[in-house]
Design a protein around this ligand. Sequence first.
Ligand code: C5P
Length: 409
Amino acid sequence: MNSLAGKRIVLGVSGGIAAYKAVEICRRLVDAGAHVIPVLTKGATRFIGRTTFDALASEPVQMSLFDEDDPIPHTTLGQTADCVLVAPATARVIGAYAAGISSDLLTATLIATRAPVVICPAMHTEMWEHPAVIDNIATLVERGVHIVGPESGRLAGGDEGAGRLSSPADIVAAVGRALDAGGQLADMAGLSVVVTAGGTREPIDPVRYIGNRSSGKQGYAFAEEAASRGAKVTIVTTVERPDLAGATVVKVDTAQEMAAATAKAAKEADVVIMAAAVADFRPVDPAGVKLKKRDGVPAIELEPTPDILASLGASKPEGQTLVGFAAETCDVAGNAAAKLSGKGADYIVANDVTAENAGFAYDTNEVLVLASDGRTHPVGLRSKRQVAQAVLDMVVADRTSRADTQENK
Ligand code: C5P
């Protein structure tokens, strides 16, 4: 199924060095059957010639708010578009859109449209991290605008850092998602997905346990998102939350139980998402009866639990995608990178659980996704469901491009 076929997509290109990548995005959208109308800002034409888009897109480039044939091109574009995509989006375009200021055809179209909007920021790290840009992005997220990227990596002028435009494949996948409001796209249809959620409980005695602060919200958000995209979902969970329609729920308590249930379910899975906070240690010999205070402070000997993710990584079937998590309190990127290679995962979703509004119990999260091929993809503060969406977009795009490569061999 392809949600892009026959859709009118305004492709806004603003003036950043990443504008050259918009050519590839344009080509991919046209290949998917979309009708692409390029709208370039004046700045964009300093980086890329309009002739290229004239040749590749479905219509010639538009740039002016004033057109001889159409007195109000921005309204026409805004009203007839099924989606407005801006890639790359500069700090200026993001700021103007957030503030409702229309100073050129692109910003006017953004304000005139009621269609889904996908914004793909690209700029230097200093700009991306400026409080004004952070606030503008938060405003747009609140209004339901889809933000894709940016990624971290090499920037113009040889600098490194956050601010690089997301890959054309990720951007096109996100446009497909934005157009699929009803969930008919089902880009995970036919995939079997296993998600773990919650924190394990390791008994000390029949009433006490060693636990952690995981709420299971991020795991459930993954399960819900995967199910809404058509996947067959099994959730191995320590927490009771409202049942997911159509998903298989396996309730567990300890790391040992989670290991057994996950290993069984993962054998046939296409994607395994280890969102659970699994205890690393458990009491060697839990008491059979409740420990009494009068008997004094107990000495509880601990032993390691099985590392579920590492053993799944070691026995990963061909073609399976394995996603691990790293809840960190310091050196998030460094610790996550070590986990990625140490555990044989394809991705590690890392978060700083001490950050404001992110991590345990919150409804929002902010993560850094590390892929085993070295790519990093920061996902700024947003709902846990939107975090799940961003990670699954990446998983689906990578699985699709891998399948394409296999086919072309
Ligand atoms: O090593 P650490 O516990 O920080 O790694 C976190 C990742 O490993 C998470 O994806 C978690 O679900 C998984 N994990 C596991 N088994 C353990 C400990 C962690 O699968 N015993």
